[in-house]
Design a protein around this ligand. Structure first.
Ligand code: SIN
Length: 530
């Protein structure tokens, strides 16, 4: 049994920011199911929002966030996070993170959909990579931080599971060492889930392969409340190319003048919203979906051909190079794009300090639902949320640290595999995996109906049962853990979507096309077994 003061799951901005702080107070294990550089953060292109221009204001950033969130943001949370942005940026800079600057030393500021001002700090079009690399370097130098690669957290251990009476609290977790197949027990009274989102629940996504809803499913199984999972953000502009799936064409390209056009060369967004190609993402993604269905074409295009090759290769080197590699020259050719699942706006319900409904369990970043995003996340608010809430969670842990007795080692059982055999037919896992992703895409994506949601719920129920049987009869492997988490996450999305009898933000249903006219719209909260 391994014991740490703090257990962190995930090596993105949230996990590493928390770990770097917590290491000042005690020992930290950071578990990641792949390599330390594999995180959603590392894939972020656009940047991080922060009021940095004298013409801009916190009020304006708050208003834009609330507008995008369609009535469901928690305004106190929004205000706190927006106002904490300059400090969060200062801390990042002190870790060596570079943001692009003008010749006079001021930040270069980008613009993205839904922002009324330029307020996105960026590092070319690989902002996430810059953040991830620098935070990892700092974490690797820290003697109190142990980064455990290829360690896949399977399930949380709680007092309730151990049959201990009183408030349900976290006492640790089980994790699979993917190198030798051993299942390890980790003990800690503080577990921080920073596992990112669940884009892989859908057939088409901008997310890396790791985004399988692991933390969310694990927390839900342990009894934590989950909220607003119906709000899955579809990024309007994922590259459409048969050789290159899930490559994002950053919204920053439209921020620099890129225009959405159809195959006929005509701009179409003005028909849908006066903000045109830079309207909030839910509006743009729905408009593209409508255009694709209307015209029967497989994609639309981002046209940035009015910018020179020199400008594009300097401002968007990664996008430019990647497009060229598949025969598209953005300086001459409009870039073919389609919407794809991009961001989970709901998640494990937390307060402004990342605290979940389960004592000792924190959730930070995309896996969490703090109230910042509401029914639709404003672009580039997520890296900011991760950095700010990680700091607040650390402060909360320290402030509320009690001398609570650690549960004795003897009471926590080691994992036993019983009579489980090695998985005999991996084809079952891959088949079920594909089925989930296809059905979620067909029935639970940009435009929903009651009938489609019901179909999805029925199929997921069967799949869930099959996966459970499989799970208990065979030895655990990472594909099986991911499948189990994927089916749990997909079911939570469908559950939440079925509970919302209106269209709001990212949840659009033909059965209830209007937004309910209420001054107090409700979150959709799911409690285990209730
Ligand atoms: C993008 O670069 O378009 C993505 C930014 C974000 O999702 O916040």
């Amino acid at each position: 049994m391994r014991e740490y003061d703090f257990l962190v799951v995930g090596t993105g901005i949230s996990g590493l920011s928390f770990a770097l702080k917590a290491a000042e107070q005690g020992t930290v294990a950071v578990l990641t199911k792949r390599k330390s550089e594999d995180s959603n953060t590392a894939w972020a292109q656009g940047g991080i929002s922060c009021v940095a221009d004298p013409e801009d204001s916190f009020e304006s950033h708050v208003t834009d966030t609330l507008d995008a969130g369609a009535g469901l943001c928690d305004s106190e949370v929004v205000k706190t996070i927006v106002e904490s942005a300059p400090d969060a940026i200062d801390q990042m800079i002190s870790c060596g993170i570079n943001f692009d600057r003008q010749k006079n030393g001021n930040f270069e500021l980008g613009k993205e959909g839904g922002h009324s001002q330029r307020r996105i700090l960026f590092s070319k079009d690989t902002t996430g990579k810059e953040i991830s690399t620098k935070l990892l370097n700092a974490a690797k130098e820290c003697s109190n931080i142990n980064i455990l690669e290829d360690h896949f957290a399977i399930d949380l251990i709680t007092t309730e599971k151990l049959g201990i009476e009183g408030q349900n609290s976290i006492v640790g977790l089980y994790a699979l060492n993917e190198i030798n197949g051993e299942i390890l027990t980790f003990r800690s009274n503080t577990v921080v889930l920073c596992t990112g989102g669940c884009g892989r629940v859908y057939l088409y996504t901008t997310n890396p392969n790791i985004a399988t809803g692991d933390g969310l499913a694990m927390a839900y199984r342990a009894g934590a409340n989950v909220a607003n999972m119906e709000f899955i953000q579809f990024h309007p502009t994922c590259l459409y190319h048969h050789n290159l799936k899930n490559f994002l064409i950053s919204e920053a390209v439209r921020g620099e003048g890129g225009i959405l056009i159809g195959k006929d060369g005509n701009e179409f967004m003005q028909k849908y919203d006066s903000r045109g190609s830079l309207a909030p993402r839910d509006i743009v993604a729905r408009a593209i979906d409508h255009e694709i269905k209307r015209t029967g074409e497989p994609c639309v295009f981002v046209d940035i051909t009015h910018k020179s090759k020199e400008y594009l290769s300097e401002r968007f080197p990664n996008i430019y190079k990647t497009c060229l590699s598949v025969g598209i020259d953005p300086a001459n050719d409009p870039i073919p794009v389609v919407p794809a699942a991009h961001y989970q706006c709901g998640g494990i319900q937390t307060d402004i300090n990342g605290r979940t409904s389960l004592s000792g369990l924190y959730a930070v970043g995309e896996v969490a639902c703090t109230g910042l995003h509401g029914a639709n996340r404003l672009a580039s608010n997520s890296l900011l949320e991760g950095a700010v809430i990680a700091t607040r969670a650390y402060e909360d842990v320290i402030k509320t640290k009690s001398d609570k007795e650690k549960i004795s080692e003897q009471i926590i059982p080691e994992w036993t595999s019983g009579d489980a055999e090695d998985v005999d037919e991996l084809v079952v896992i891959y088949h079920n995996w594909d089925e989930i992703r296809r059905l979620m895409w067909d029935y639970v994506s940009i435009v929903r109906t009651n009938k489609r949601l019901k179909r999805a719920a029925t199929r997921l129920q069967n799949l869930r049962q099959e996966v459970q049987e499989f799970y208990w009869n065979f030895k655990i492997c990472s594909d099986l853990i991911e499948l189990r988490n994927l089916v749990e996450t997909a079911s939570l999305i469908v559950n939440c979507a079925q509970l919302r009898n209106e269209s709001r933000g990212l949840h659009y249903t033909l059965d209830f096309p209007e937004t309910k006219n209420t001054s107090r719209p409700q979150n959709t909260v799911i409690y285990l077994n209730k």
